[in-house]
Design a protein around this ligand. Structure first.
Ligand code: ATP
Ligand code: MG
Length: 570
């Protein structure tokens, strides 16, 4: 393709409203344009990348035995009412009415539609296992759409659904998908990790997330430095730290200390010259209809999913100021467990293990020090209620946990019979008896992968596309385009490379060499062939690898063969 004919609206400067590298570079390199918050047009270059990712996903899914279909984005409310998700899904579900006033939604996921299809069409165990997938636009009215394609309100997902006759079969389907996902992300060219994950709103019994490691990732990944344990921070189990035995006797009596206006952990720590790990935070929650006081160490964060599961409640919200003040009889920022009535006190294991702590005194501008659980305040029920942090003990081997940031690009769930039971989806087994399908579901954020790949592969000059998903393979750049010989040589190389089957941009614009080089680095095509008079006089051209920045002079007649080899073309 001739650059002059291509629609690549690049931007010289960083767009003001783009916070992440990938978002900035996608706008600057002319891959996407915003239509509304979380809604984007994919420009030709962006679409080329997306198609390549789709191609890899499609290929590996098919190899793993899945078959492609295409379900509608528009879905009737009745199906969602069957599973109860019409209510449960909340505001993220994009709802609309048709001209007859009937309720519809734009699919954020397709468990309902696929289960409906399979319950109507699959009758016998002989038709199982079955794995169906699609690559399609999903709609989720995210609270905070951001970072370009990373968290959109309309985005492209590959979703697959497996149906098996029994749990054993479902496990095998899950394993196959887990393996296919490894192949997909490896082929795309990403550094990733599969981690144990929470099953959340979708339900089911086991789940793994595939995380691309990147500093800007929204997810925390806890992994062991000694063994292969890895889990989402939200899901990672934490172990109690050991209590120092016999220390209680030696601890001084609890005393009140004045902490004027010091409400946050940081403020109290600074004022009293102590570490956050010496404090206990007391947070009040309304859990269904009762109030619960939760104790966590000052340097730890409460994990609401763990807390919810522990308390066995469905609704969990931080108590409002009024509730808090009525219960603690003190202002917010100074809450503590001493003398607290009317609320159950529960503690995270690490808070429980502290021999003494600094706590709020339920009184304005006051904290207590040397507070001891069981002595100064009621001993609480305790459990693992916090997010894992770096330095924690590995729940599997006792090694040390480290925390990395990750971008979730894929998710595999074992669903069991959750959907087949609520939607009465059954088949006849060998004995002619009705059985519920055992299901799994498997998502990949196809458009998110594009953003994740850039987060992981870029430098100060622009994008560095992994070879497998680059919009083009080679950019041929003549630098003195006024000279006929240069243009002719460049065009010959361009044509020969294209004939080999490579996707090539011919930089035919009459721009200064510097502008062409900058734009080429911004676009991030893996190889640049620079054709200039001086080298040409020696029968040479320059081959630059975008990733390493390495430039080599090679004979003109070798350039086709060299590049063909890099792309394994004969
Ligand atoms: P997240 O925790 O990021 O909201 P999720 O758990 O809601 O993700 P799934 O329902 O498992 O996501 O969807 C499957 C895949 O779709 C995710 O692994 C992710 O890669 C992608 N995805 C989810 N939400 C978005 C979004 N708003 N924009 C782009 N991709 C998304
Ligand atoms: Mg989500």
């Amino acid at each position: 393709m001739h650059y002059s004919k291509l629609f690549i609206p690049t931007l010289r400067d960083d767009p003001a409203d783009a916070e992440t590298v990938s978002h900035r570079l996608m706008l600057r390199a002319g891959l996407i344009r915003k239509v509304a918050a979380g809604v984007y047009t994919l420009l030709p270059l962006g679409l080329r990348v997306l198609s390549k990712i789709e191609g890899i996903v499609r290929d590996e899914m098919t190899k793993a035995g899945a078959q492609e279909l295409l379900m509608p984005a528009l879905q009737p409310a009745e199906l969602w009412e069957e599973t109860g998700r019409w209510q449960k899904y909340g505001k993220e579900l994009v709802r609309l009415k048709d001209r007859h006033d009937r309720d519809f939604c734009l699919g954020p996921t397709h468990e309902e539609v696929i289960t409906d299809l399979v319950r109507k069409e699959v009758r016998s165990y002989r038709q199982l296992p079955l794995n169906l997938f699609q690559i399609q636009s999903k709609f989720r009215d995210e609270i905070r759409p951001r970072f370009g394609l990373m968290r959109g309100r309309e985005f492209i997902m590959k979703d697959a659904y497996s149906f098996d006759a029994d749990a054993e079969g479902a496990k095998e389907s899950y394993r196959k998908m887990y393996e296919a996902y490894h192949n997909i992300f490896k082929r795309v060219g990403l550094h990733f990790r599969a981690v144990e994950a929470d099953t959340g709103l979708i339900g089911g019994s086991s789940s793994h997330e595939f995380m691309v490691l990147a500093k800007t990732g929204e997810e925390g990944i806890a992994s062991c430095t000694a063994c292969d344990y890895a889990a989402n921070v939200e899901r990672a189990e934490t172990r109690p730290t050991k209590k120092i035995k016999g220390a209680d006797n030696a601890i001084a009596a609890m005393e009140a200390v004045s902490t004027p206006g010091k409400k946050t952990v940081e403020e109290v720590c600074e004022f009293l010259s102590v570490e956050a790990s010496q404090l206990i935070k007391t947070l009040l929650f309304v859990a269904d209809d009762k109030v619960v006081a939760v104790l966590v160490r000052g340097d730890h964060e409460i994990n609401e999913i763990k807390l919810k599961n522990f308390l066995k409640v469905t609704e969990l919200n931080l108590a409002e100021k009024k509730t808090l003040e009525a219960l603690t009889k003190g202002p917010s920022g100074f809450s503590g467990p001493v003398g607290l009535e009317g609320a159950e006190i529960v503690a995270d294991l690490a808070a429980k293990a502290m021999s003494e702590a600094i706590i709020g005194a339920n009184e304005k501008d006051t904290h207590y020090r040397h507070a001891v659980g069981g002595r100064d305040f009621k001993s609480a029920r305790s459990a693992d209620l916090r997010n894992a942090v770096a330095g924690d003990l590995c729940p599997k081997c006792g090694g040390t946990i480290q925390i990395d940031r990750g971008i979730e690009v894929g998710h595999v769930f074992m669903l069991g019979t959750k959907y087949s039971e609520t939607m009465q989806a059954t088949f006849l087994d060998q004995e002619g008896k009705d059985q519920h399908f055992v299901m799994g579901c498997y998502g990949i954020g196809v458009s998110r992968i594009m953003a994740a790949a850039i987060e992981q592969n870029h430098d100060d000059h622009g994008i560095i596309w992994p070879q497998a998903i680059a919009p083009f393979d080679v950019q041929v750049i003549p630098v003195q385009e006024k000279k006929e010989a240069v243009m002719a040589a460049a065009e010959t190389i361009y044509k020969a490379l294209s004939e080999k089957g490579l996707a090539v941009i011919f930089e035919d614009r009459s721009e200064r060499a510097g502008v062409k080089f900058n734009d080429a680095d911004l676009l991030g095509i893996p190889y640049q062939v620079v054709v200039g008079q001086k080298n040409l006089d020696q029968g040479m051209v320059e081959l630059k690898e975008r990733k390493t920045g390495e430039k080599t002079l090679i004979p003109v007649d070798k350039v086709i063969g060299t590049l063909a080899e890099k792309y394994s073309l004969s």
